[in-house]
Design a protein. Structure first.
Length: 237
């Protein structure tokens, strides 16, 4: 991660690779004028696995959502591969940059339908659902092919996170913005998810990277190549 020259709060980490995703001076205030994001800048390059930690209310989720262009900012800019994202290109941008909520909505009757549903959308018409890959990913997370028939309403919080993670990887983004993605998983499944995501973001595999928000300091050390702290809307190395 390299600092943006426009901001004093940019991460001081360096990389020779061109960034996939960049934030320059993001600021956001609430209705009372309190800063929720305070001049936040960062860059994320292929192969980087970045952990962001900090207390509740620090602005971590808002930052991830702002980077995904899901929440507006009052000032600052998000760039994809060095360029601003025009409003009419946002759907295309979200094919490459995906936000994974801690409590994902499956919006389907069973696991198979939840995994298939994004591929029925017009924005994904050039992609096809790969059932063998889905089964392989589930197996790496300790679930056999029968899990595909599980009713969504009967899934535990950890199982919902499994489905959300597999679905995200199947959609082949370049950047994952992970908001406590294993918080509801049991320890063995969480460990498998960490390994799966580390392999996914490996420079040898593809030009991919992630930002991972976690409250677990030990997990932050395991899953990251770089660690950042966030407090009162400010991001620091």
């Amino acid at each position: 991660m390299t600092p943006s020259p426009e901001s004093s709060t940019a991460s001081p980490l360096n990389t020779a690779a061109a960034p996939l995703l960049e934030a320059r001076g993001l600021c956001r205030r609430d209705a009372a004028g309190r800063l929720l994001l305070d001049d936040v800048s960062l860059t994320l390059s292929a192969g980087q696995r970045v952990c962001i930690s900090g207390p509740s209310g620090a602005g971590k989720t808002l930052l991830l959502r702002s980077l995904a262009l899901l929440d507006a900012v009052d000032s600052g800019q998000v760039l994809w591969q060095g360029r601003p994202v025009p409003a009419d290109h946002v759907p295309r941008f979200r094919r490459h940059v995906m936000y994974l909520h801690q409590r994902a909505a499956l919006l389907a009757d069973n696991v198979l339908a939840a995994l298939q549903r994004p591929f029925t959308l017009r924005a994904r018409r050039d992609q096809a659902f790969d059932r063998p890959q889905a089964e392989e990913l589930l197996a790496r997370l300790g679930r056999d092919a029968g899990f595909l028939d599980q009713r969504a309403e009967n899934l535990s919080g950890g199982e919902i996170q499994i489905v959300a993670l597999v679905r995200a990887i199947l959609l082949q983004p370049a950047v994952l913005l992970l908001d406590e993605p294993t918080a509801a998983m049991d320890p063995s499944t969480a460990a498998a998810a960490e390994e799966l995501l580390a392999a996914w973001a490996s420079p040898a595999a593809q030009p991919a990277a992630y930002l991972w928000v976690t409250h677990d300091a030990d997990q932050g050390g395991r899953v990251s190549t770089h660690r950042l702290q966030m407090s009162a809307g400010r991001l620091e190395a």
